[in-house]
Design a protein around this ligand. Structure first.
Ligand code: SF4
Ligand code: SF4
Length: 231
């Protein structure tokens, strides 16, 4: 048993999610991500079960662990009651903690994801917030969203939202004391530490790639370096 496996085995998601894999492949057959990406949850579970640290480290540095959509369809079908989706969450957690996520393109996307989502949660109390949603970053959302972003306040008012308003209603302003509570929750649950770790390693990678943090953010958010899809 290696050190990385020891660390993984301490994670409740591995304790609960890995009993005894019989390598049957049912999880891969049901997995929607395996349909689109070069991705096989059966192999991932097999590697973790092997307890081979060298293979686990390679996995933590790869794109593969970031393809999972965390839908947990695999959990419902595994004949051994394993939870590949939970094991992958534990692998992602360890990859982030060790800084291995910067070794893969999909892993590096942790930086923009963390910056946008935690920024929205801590500053506004929402995961996705109209003020920080830029249509240019999501052209796949189509012309309706472009129009919506250009007529934001009018559109939200017509839909009955209380955007930035006091009192109840969708998208209301979240009081500062509630935002302070959210920050305190991040502090005690390790969220703040996670943000700092992601930022620290991303800065190292940005320097290695000769980019400042804004360029690195744009690059990791928008650019595709290689083909990840199944033929
Ligand atoms: S379905 Fe369960 S037993 Fe079968 S390969 Fe996946 S994790 Fe292993
Ligand atoms: S949780 Fe991940 S591995 Fe499991 S079925 Fe969903 S996408 Fe596939």
């Amino acid at each position: 048993m290696g050190k990385l496996y020891d660390e993984l085995a301490q994670d409740y998601r591995v304790k609960e999610g890995l009993k005894a894999c019989i390598n049957c492949g049912t999880c891969t057959a049901i997995c929607p991500a395996a349909e689109f990406y070069r991705y096989d949850p059966r192999k991932i579970v097999d590697i973790v079960q092997s307890q081979d640290d060298e293979a686990i480290e390679k996995l933590l540095k790869s794109d593969v662990i970031w393809y999972c959509g965390e839908c947990m369809s695999c959990v419902t079908r595994c004949p051994r009651k394993n939870a590949p989706g939970l094991i992958i969450m534990a692998l992602r957690n360890l990859s982030a903690k060790k800084g291995y996520f910067i070794c893969s393109e999909k892993g590096r996307q942790l930086y923009p994801l963390t910056k946008i989502l935690t920024g929205n949660i801590l500053n506004f109390g929402y995961c996705v917030y109209p003020q920080t949603f830029k249509w240019e970053d999501h052209p796949e959302s189509g012309p309706v969203w472009k129009w919506h972003c250009e007529h934001l306040e009018d559109s939200l008012a017509r839909n009955g939202a209380n955007y930035k308003g006091e009192g109840p209603g969708a998208l209301r302003r979240i009081p500062q004391e509630s935002l302070d509570e959210l920050k305190a929750i991040f502090d005690v649950t390790g969220g703040t530490e996670r943000i700092e770790t992601v930022n620290k390693y991303s800065k190292i990678k940005a320097e290695q790639m000769g980019m400042d943090m804004e360029e690195y953010f744009r690059h990791t958010f928008n650019d595709t370096e290689k083909d990840h899809l199944n033929e």
